[in-house]
Ligand binder design. Structure first.
Ligand SMILES: Cc1ncc(COP(=O)(O)O)c(C=O)c1O
Length: 507
């Protein structure tokens, strides 16, 4: 905003229905509607008006600010053109974005579709960015121990595949995936190859499922807390998100939600869940399926971690326990081999696999053929299982190092977590009345990152929680990273409780 427009001494107008929001209007020759626009822009940029918040009706705004109705209408029109608010006929005017900081001459925000505007959380993108930075100790990146990746075997198999297939190994393959990989996955899961759809990562599967099964306004039940990529994808599809508390896993509560919301699907990660690391026991899995089948609701089982139990014991998946064909199972090699391969898969009844493959063509005609052939050979030649055994041992070592570091660096009870026996995560809560986002800001400056709890909730919660991934950081650096976090946690708790509690930001 230009300096001439904002005068801190100008009289403040408050809007009764919007706590803490202040609009300053002054007789300085600038059209009043623009002053209102700039005022809202300032409140949005300062975080006092969040995306999704409803603005007063034009009539009420005019009355609250002592301006004419036409000025209020013009102000909202301009805010809409700048892409900061959206008007929904009959429902009101809502904040939908933060102002562009780039000063770009063309207002792209105003052109972006309503659906796309629901995508405003950059958490996943920053996760991907920090994962590759060698100067950062990343407890955020949910990736397999890179040091275990079987580089030599990968090179040898790639050579062999190229020798055998020549340039065909680089040709376009079918949308459903290369038949060789579909067969290899199907054999492992004891299914037919036609039930397998190869994906560019599990995330693509979630997007396809959302596009295939959901219309805007449909309800879905999902883990609370749960995987942030799923929250973002389902939110972008316009779904009404109904969280089911995975830590209490109360089936009577689930049934109530099914009756009340009539959801289109249940989404869950039952094994070494992201972010809690917890696993649903076999009887609970059967109960979940029984309820879903009674209410005829499909279950999406997002299952990237099932083979990552430290002991090597592998739980039966919901898909394996399902006799009704209501489960869509999503898997990935991102967590067991390498995220950079971008190979995932989805298994379900043939009819739905076929429909999903047609939708996949909208964004993706095929998946990387060479990599599919190499991964298929990893699976069938037994290398994959040997690699998994080594990976599980290394992840367990990192888990032990992290829990030991927390015990060593923190006061008793300062950080709590429930032990896990596999997966990649420690889901932490802390006593100090501070906000994990503030802690993250400071930690990032010190070269340590994690993911704050809020990102894992479909609603507003998790401010005193955070997720630490133990799998990607070598044992030697874990203590150093946790020591920094513990020190910052103490520092922030000494400095901030008064400010945060006064502003009502801590829940
Ligand atoms: C539960 C869950 N599903 C899906 C994904 C995405 O996996 P991919 O890298 O295969 O897209 C992740 C990644 O963290 C995840 O935790």
């Amino acid at each position: 905003m230009p300096d001439w427009l904002y005068r801190p001494d100008a009289p403040v107008r408050r809007i009764r229905s919007m706590d803490g929001v202040e609009i300053r209007l002054q007789p300085n020759g600038v059209p009043l509607y623009l002053q209102v626009v700039e005022g809202f822009e300032r409140e949005i940029a300062g975080g006092r008006l969040a995306s999704g918040e409803r603005l007063p009706a034009e009539r009420d705004l005019a009355r609250a600010l002592g301006i004419s109705r036409t000025t209020a209408v013009n102000a909202y029109r301009e805010l809409e053109a700048r892409g900061l608010v959206r008007r929904h006929v009959g429902r009101g005017t809502y904040v939908c974005a933060v102002p562009e900081s780039t000063g770009a001459p063309f207002a792209w925000r105003g052109k972006v579709s309503l659906g796309a505007l629901r995508t405003d959380d950059p958490a996943l993108r920053s996760l991907a960015r920090s994962a590759g930075d060698p100067d950062v100790i990343s407890f955020a990146a949910a990736v397999a121990a890179r040091e275990c990746f079987p580089v030599d075997a990968f090179r040898e198999i790639t050579d062999r595949v190229l020798t055998r297939h020549g340039a065909r190994a680089l040709g376009l393959g079918p949308t459903e995936g290369h038949p060789v990989l579909r067969r290899a996955i199907a054999a492992r899961e004891k299914l037919h190859p036609e039930q397998v759809l190869v994906l560019n990562g599990a995330q693509q599967g979630l997007d396809l499922i959302a596009r295939c099964l959901l219309d805007p306004g449909d309800a879905i039940i999902l883990d609370r807390p749960g995987y942030l990529g799923a929250i973002q994808t389902f939110r972008a599809a316009g779904a009404v998100m109904v969280g089911w508390d995975v830590e209490t896993a109360d089936f009577a509560a689930l049934e109530d939600l099914l009756i009340r919301y009539r959801p289109k699907l249940i989404y869950t990660t039952p094994t070494y869940q992201n972010p809690t690391g917890q696993t649903m026991p076999a009887p609970a899995r059967r109960e979940l399926l029984e309820i879903a089948s009674r209410y005829r609701v499909p279950v999406v089982e997002d299952d990237p971690y099932r083979e990552l139990g430290f002991s090597g014991r592998v739980m039966p998946s919901l898909l394996q326990l399902d006799h009704q064909g209501l489960v869509i199972h999503v898997g990935t090699f991102s967590k067991t081999l390498a995220g950079g391969l971008r190979i995932g898969w989805l298994t379900a009844s043939e009819a739905i696999v076929d429909q999903l493959a047609l939708i996949k063509q909208h964004s993706d005609v095929a998946s990387a053929t060479l990599e599919q052939l190499v991964v298929a050979e990893f699976l069938t030649g037994g290398r994959f299982d040997r690699h998994l055994a080594a990976l599980r041992r290394e992840h367990e070592r990192r888990y032990q190092a992290m829990t030991a570091a927390v015990a060593h660096q923190c006061e008793p009870g300062e950080i709590d977590f429930r032990p896990v026996d596999g997966g990649m995560y420690l889901w932490c809560g802390y006593r100090a009345p501070i906000d994990a986002r503030d802690l993250l800001g400071l930690a990032r400056a010190e070269g340590v990152v994690f993911v704050n709890g809020e990102s894992f909730y479909p609603d507003i919660a998790g401010r005193r929680q955070f997720r630490l991934a133990f799998s990607s950081v070598p044992v030697e650096r874990i203590d150093e990273g946790i020591a920094k976090l513990a020190e910052l946690l103490r520092e922030v708790s000494r400095a901030q409780p008064a400010r945060l509690e006064a502003s009502g930001r801590v829940r």
